[in-house]
Design a protein around this ligand. Structure first.
Ligand SMILES: Nc1nc2c(ncn2[C@@H]2O[C@H](COP(=O)(O)OP(=O)(O)O)[C@@H](O)[C@H]2O)c(=O)[nH]1
Ligand SMILES: [Mg+2]
Length: 445
């Protein structure tokens, strides 16, 4: 998502950056291009108008035109606008659940196929990891297969599911589940409900009744990002009828233009709390407007990247690695470790999206995965001493390593050259903090 709008925004920002002076006309032209980019991304027309007018107002003010680096100032303004367009503060996006000594209830609602059942098990997985005691409730009594779908997913996560076989009435199912949860001292109940293909009265009434019966702490509207502006209208309808506390935007991993994500907060007035980025239980991320905004502006998503990487390592190892990078003792053995972890960290594509400057510059089609396999084989053919001291690997060692790994001397040469370069880069970005500070500075913060 956002690929096309991101490439447009990056090029708009580039035309203004680095200029010592920019004229009123420069600003107006840039804003006009921004307007077109937003419209192309299928952003709500009224939202676009508001965005454009307020950007123009600020950008034409004294502060920008007469500043030392007007391009940077302009970027900062646009960045802030996108952040507020996308959504709220961390506090607004956090789930509002009660303490673990009582039972909190999360109600999921939305159209059929929007990803409710998938989101239910993803939320269960996340909350279980946070130490909560979760019960999933199959309150979709319309689709015959819905109950077993939730059962299968719940089993994957390892949480119980309340199915109430034979009960047709969703409100009753929800009520029974909640009283069972209270009795069993379960602290979190996630209710998966039914959806229709279109909005209809019956569906609305059912949700209203369920909510009346259970008084949910979180009423999350699950919305398919691929639905575009229609998703925004439907969300508004649910907000008016039931009242929602937040939005889960699913299928963020699809290549839609991003219009729904950029409009829904302004139109509905409720924050996006999570995004679904795949079909598996771990593919649910907390929504961070700042990160998406910097992704759209081509600044990359350094913070997400660092977090994602760190999730995979236990903290100790991360610290060890950090120290090695700081002390410049990162060796080929460590490099091999990283290569082997890459599979765990998700697709290379997801990662590249988040590296500043890499978007557009690196095409995942260009990544030669067989090359990475070759590199692993080469390093595995080295002695420990060689791994720790790559500079001692002279011609005869190279020959031996190539033979041992079934590669050629030029493959070995290439790896060593690349490793040397990597070490240089690491030296530059010695710590994440410094890296982040550099980025902030770059953005004029
Ligand atoms: N790629 C992707 N697929 C998703 C995501 N969320 C749900 N899906 C898929 O969308 C389809 C409908 O999801 P489901 O949870 O059954 O929708 P429901 O009818 O609202 O309960 C399923 O095939 C899911 O695997 C997501 O974030 N990314
Ligand atoms: Mg479902």
């Amino acid at each position: 998502m956002f690929d096309s709008i991101a490439s447009k925004f990056s090029s708009i920002m580039k035309t203004l950056s680095g200029k010592g002076r920019i004229s009123e006309k420069n600003v107006k032209d840039a804003v006009e291009e921004i307007k077109n980019a937003l419209l192309d991304a299928d952003v709500n027309l009224r939202v676009v108008r508001r965005f454009v007018n307020s950007t123009l107002d600020e950008a034409l003010g004294e502060k920008v035109l007469s500043s030392v680096d007007p391009g940077q100032q302009f970027t900062k303004i646009v960045y802030d606008k996108i952040v507020s367009l996308l959504g709220g503060t961390d506090e607004e996006t956090a789930l509002k659940l009660k303490g673990k000594d009582t039972t909190s209830i999360i109600l999921l609602m939305g159209l059929q196929g929007s990803g409710k059942t998938t989101a239910a098990h993803k939320l269960a997985y996340r909350l279980k990891k946070e130490g909560r005691n979760v019960l999933l409730v199959a309150a979709d009594r319309v689709r015959p297969a819905a109950i077993s779908q939730l059962e299968v997913l719940a089993e994957k996560v390892g949480v119980p599911v309340f199915t109430a076989p034979g009960e047709k009435n969703a409100v009753k199912v929800a009520e029974m589940a909640v009283s069972k949860a209270r009795h069993d001292l379960i602290d979190t109940v996630i209710i998966d409900t039914s959806g229709r293909m279109h909005l209809d009265e019956e569906l609305m009434n059912e949700i209203v009744s369920i909510n009346k019966a259970v008084k949910a702490d979180e009423k999350l509207f699950v919305s398919d990002a691929m639905t575009g502006q229609a998703a925004v209208d439907i969300a508004k309808e649910f907000e008016d009828r039931v009242g929602i506390s937040g939005i889960i935007l699913t299928k963020f991993d699809s290549d839609t233009r991003g219009g729904a994500a950029l409009s829904i907060k302004s139109v509905v007035g409720k924050p996006i709390k999570f995004i679904g980025t795949g079909e598996k239980m771990e593919d649910l991320e907390v929504f961070h407007p700042e990160r998406i905004a910097s992704r759209i502006l081509g600044m990359g998503d350094v913070v997400s990247l660092v977090e994602k990487a760190q999730e995979q390592y236990d903290e100790k190892e991360a610290e060890r690695l950090q120290r090695k990078i700081e002390k410049n003792t990162f060796d080929l053995g460590d490099y091999l470790d990283q290569l082997e972890k890459m599979d765990k960290m998700g697709s290379a594509e997801k990662l590249i999206d988040m590296i500043p400057g890499a978007k557009g510059a690196v095409n995942t089609d260009d990544i030669d995965f067989s090359e990475l396999e070759r590199e692993k084989a080469i390093i595995k053919s080295m002695t420990r001493f060689e791994k720790e001291n790559f500079r001692i690997i002279g011609p005869s060692r190279r020959k031996r390593i190539a033979k041992g790994s079934g590669t050629s001397v030029s493959d070995v040469n290439r790896l060593l050259k690349k490793f040397e370069k990597t070490k240089l880069m690491m030296k530059k970005f010695a710590t994440n903090k410094k890296f982040q500070a550099a980025l902030m500075k770059n953005m004029g913060m």
